[in-house]
Design a protein around this ligand. Structure first.
Ligand code: ADP
Ligand code: MG
Length: 571
């Protein structure tokens, strides 16, 4: 078959590859972790496909990953007999990057143009398959999709284009062959044809992988009589222990193992912020191993973003992104739940309805919330990272999760006039409330600078009242819906008349105000007529100290930000 075509990588993919080819990433060993992780995913998918479609012509009897090195040709091959890819899938999955946030990442990388910052960004993004171009100057991928008859060969040097052709004789699954760059330990490039190096990498990064990772190795034969060394023996060895991490007791798993497992399930390259390992015994048994990542994924706020944890049943992978197990506002939580008493054929729809799954979910949510609380109490630094990365999504819980609303309210951080550098908790605000103060004051707006310079704050500043500064779009909605904290009403300083004075002050101010009102009568009437189309009323203000005028909403009016939000939504 001669059907070789040369195609161009998508622009973003090209740029990312460029970075890999001239790699700045010092831990190049992880390319193997990425390939093994992909192979493992492909095996999971094949197992599920063969269960769902009994007619599918596949061989699912000996699913495994195979590593093959050839020091002579300086190649390393990672082979799996998993789901494989069709030609279109190869073009789509390998030739393009569908990950949202790619463009943004590349922009940041261009801006960063310093090694450490770029490393960090690449790490956060995770470049997956493209990591192979850190260690190889040519990569060949041969694959056949389970159930299809022809295969596809893909080849590239990572320099802008790739070749793709049909092949007749490809086995089911995928084989990736790396034509290795010369070893250069100075540049963190090792000899990846050396058996010890491969063993070391697999042990470090992929030991928990649930499928066997095999390699044919040569070991010295039994010594012959007389002490002569025997013929070397070639034998197939399994390099990983395949132990499910979540099934092992916590004190037997070290952090490095947890971290590598996290990277496998999350496709993240950085260590997690927090590890949650739990086990439930009783009528419905399960184990859960969850992680709070250290940074938000680029697609945290995109609809297509991945969400949810993986579901296993008795050590067997069932599904990725199981939405039924975590609420939307905790969509950044990664990990695994292994339930013992579920059917292997369970569907997403049934899961949503399942009473026991709902109970698991309730418990996981409570555990995540208590972990966040503990973090705030014992590791404020970590809590701050958590808050910066996920606070915005987390606050959605105030609207979504009525059962835990009070707990969530207690865990949020909010910018405040008290300390411009440090956000406060609502509890902190309440503790600082002035004698006689009954309400929690807040101001919403679009930007921090905007709210800080708002004339609405003047009177509150002058009188020494603290005001919360809320600038996320979701803030506008939750303050309205939640309404109070600890029995104290949440009150917008931009709405209605707010009384900040004592009784005596009030009397004095009232008579002064009346004098002034008379004095400015004609100006107010004139302004009222001129602005009749835009405002309901013009009145003399007691709340401003330096600004000449400000616009105030009625207590029942919607706020300007919300008004904009509604307008944008087409109301
Ligand atoms: P990620 O694994 O984070 O999705 P990768 O760059 O590692 O990103 O892989 C891109 C996609 O290519 C995978 O999502 C998968 O669909 C496909 N793929 C990669 N390797 C294999 C493989 N060995 N078998 C089948 N599909 C694969
Ligand atoms: Mg991958």
């Amino acid at each position: 078959m001669s059907n070789r075509e040369t195609l161009e990588f998508q622009a973003e993919a090209r740029q990312l590859l460029q970075l890999m080819v001239h790699s700045i990433y010092s831990n190049k060993d992880i390319f193997l972790r990425e390939l093994i992780s992909n192979a493992s995913d492909a095996l999971d998918k094949l197992r599920i496909a063969s269960m769902v479609d009994k007619e599918l012509a596949v061989d699912a009897s000996d699913l495994h990953i195979e590593l093959e090195v050839d020091p002579g040709t300086r190649t390393l091959t990672v082979r799996d007999n998993g789901i494989g890819m069709s030609r279109d899938e190869v073009v789509e999955l390998i030739g393009t990057i569908a990950k949202s946030g790619t463009a943004e990442l590349l922009r940041k990388l261009r801006e960063a143009n310093d090694g450490a910052a770029s490393q960090e960004l690449i790490g956060q993004f995770g470049v997956g398959f493209y990591a192979t171009f850190m260690v190889a100057d040519r990569v060949t991928l041969t694959t056949r999709r389970a159930g299809e008859t022809t295969g596809t060969r893909w080849e590239s040097t990572g320099e802008g284009t790739y070749d793709i052709e049909q092949v007749a004789d490809a086995p089911q699954g995928t084989a990736v062959t790396l034509h290795l760059k010369p070893a250069d330990p100075e540049d963190h490039l090792y000899d990846y044809t050396a058996e010890w190096k491969i063993r070391e990498i697999v042990k470090r990064y992929s030991d928990f992988i649930a499928w066997p990772i095999r390699m044919t190795v040569e070991r010295p034969g039994e010594p012959r009589e007389g002490g002569e060394p025997g013929e070397p023996v070639r034998e197939v060895q399994t390099l990983n222990s395949m132990k499910a991490l979540w099934a092992r007791p916590r004190d037997e798993v070290d952090d490095a193992e947890y971290h590598e497992f996290y990277k496998h399930v999350s496709h993240d390259w950085t260590d997690p912020l927090e590890i949650i390992h739990m086990r439930a015994e009783g009528t419905f048994e399960y184990e859960a191993l969850l992680f709070l990542p250290a940074h938000a994924p680029f697609d945290l706020f995109s609809r297509e973003g991945r969400r949810g944890v993986q579901l296993y049943v008795k050590r067997v992978f069932i599904m990725e992104d199981c939405e039924a197990l975590t609420p939307n506002y905790l969509r950044f939580v990664k990990g695994v739940v292994d339930a013992h008493d579920l059917s292997l054929n369970i569907s997403r729809e049934i899961l949503q309805q399942d009473r026991q799954i709902r109970a698991v979910r309730r418990r996981l949510v409570r555990k995540v919330l208590s972990t966040v609380r503990e973090m705030r109490e014992k590791q404020p630094e970590r809590y701050r990272t958590f808050w910066t990365e996920f606070g915005k999504a987390f606050k959605e819980g105030l609207l979504e999760d009525a059962d835990n609303r009070d707990t969530i309210l207690d865990l949020i951080s909010v910018a405040s006039t008290h300390d411009p550098e440090q956000p406060t908790t609502l509890r902190g605000y309440v503790e600082r409330m002035k004698d006689g103060q009954t309400d929690i004051f807040y101001l919403t707006g679009e930007t921090r600078a905007g709210v800080e310079n708002s004339p609405h704050l003047e009177a509150f500043r002058a009188k020494g009242y603290e005001v919360l500064l809320l600038t996320d779009p979701v803030d506008e909605v939750w303050v309205e819906q939640v309404g109070q904290f600890d029995g104290k009403p949440l009150r917008s300083v931009a709405k209605g008349q707010i009384d900040l004075d004592t009784e005596d002050e009030k009397k004095a101010a009232e008579s002064e105000h009346q004098d002034r009102q008379r004095e400015f009568e004609s100006l107010l009437t004139w302004l009222g007529e001129r602005l009749a189309d835009d405002v309901k009323e013009v009145r003399l203000s007691t709340r401003l100290t330096t600004s000449p005028a400000c616009v105030v909403g009625d207590a029942e009016d919607i706020t300007p930000t919300l008004e904009k939000l509604y307008r944008a939504m087409g109301h």
